[in-house]
Ligand binder design. Structure first.
Ligand code: NAI
Length: 248
């Protein structure tokens, strides 16, 4: 029996990278899983792999988190399918990097729509059920870039800083119902997102990390799992950096 046995967790962007590691870690603790991705086949495949390895109930759902009406439909379907919703991890995120001088309006809008409005959409749909149950664990995945800024990532940094303010406000709104809202701010983590960077940039970034290595998706997943557990009952409105010391 794990600490989350019988609970139901929704993880967005769960088909690969950090989101997939989070879903696996929560499943290891016994949580049943709704995995949200952009394509049904990849969401189904990720769910099937987790169900096979851990024996929890896992199901894939396809939705673009920036679509308010469709997110509402999918979260309602998840609640109908599983009968409850205890944990929501807003992990889906994208980058469209450019210096402000070159940044197109679409690049700004797309990143804010997925990274910030996506979390709003999921929380609007999920919070009612948590309020009724007087229980919930919400973990939003931001970035240390949202705390420190980064040249070439105005849109991304704004979306992640926005998530921090959003989370702290919501933490205040929901605290009296035993619903916690916390933020994980990863540093430089080895995933498809960072694999897109040139090798020289990756190496230069790694030399700045006090621990001398990039993070693994599992490093982030372990921290999320703690904040999503009953053990983290008295922690809310916090930002926890998982970055090997990079942002301290
Ligand atoms: P990734 O690109 O490997 O995975 C992103 C996931 O989000 C994929 O499953 C993708 O299908 C999903 N996704 C993208 N747009 C979506 C949409 N509109 N609707 C639904 N799902 C969507 O990225 P990675 O590296 O695993 O990042 C996960 C989160 O962690 C993101 O929010 C990212 O900003 C954040 N992060 C990552 C860092 C890193 O170094 N990799 C550092 C700091 C934060």
């Amino acid at each position: 029996m794990g600490a989350l046995t019988g609970q139901v967790a929704v993880v967005t962007g769960a088909t690969r990278g950090i989101g997939n590691a989070i879903a696996r870690r929560l499943a290891d603790e016994g949580a049943n899983l709704a995995l949200i991705g952009t394509r049904q086949e990849t969401a189904d495949a990720a769910a099937a792999a987790i169900a096979q390895d851990t024996k929890v109930q896992a199901k894939g759902y396809a939705v673009d988190v920036s679509d308010f009406a469709k997110v509402n439909e999918v979260i309602s379907r998840i609640i109908a399918d599983f009968g409850r919703l205890d944990i929501l991890v807003n992990n889906a995120g994208i980058t469209k990097d450019n210096l402000l001088m070159r940044m197109r309006e679409e690049e700004w809008d797309a990143v804010l729509a997925v990274n910030l409005k996506g979390a709003f959409n999921c929380l609007k749909a999920a919070s009612r059920t948590m309020l009724k149950a007087h229980y919930g664990r919400i973990v939003n995945i931001a970035s240390i870039v949202g705390l420190s800024g980064n040249a070439g990532q105005c849109n991304y940094a704004a979306s992640k800083a926005g998530l921090v303010g959003f989370s702290k406000s919501l933490a205040r709104e929901l605290a009296s119902r035993d619903i916690t809202v916390n933020v994980i701010a990863p540093g430089f983590i080895d995933t498809d997102m960072t694999a897109a960077l040139p090798q020289a940039t990756r190496e230069a970034l790694c030399t700045q990390i006090p621990m001398g290595r990039c993070g693994k998706p599992e490093d982030v997943a372990n921290a999320v799992c703690f904040l999503a557990s009953p053990a983290a009952a008295y922690i809310t409105g916090q930002v926890l950096c998982v970055d090997g010391g990079l942002a301290m």
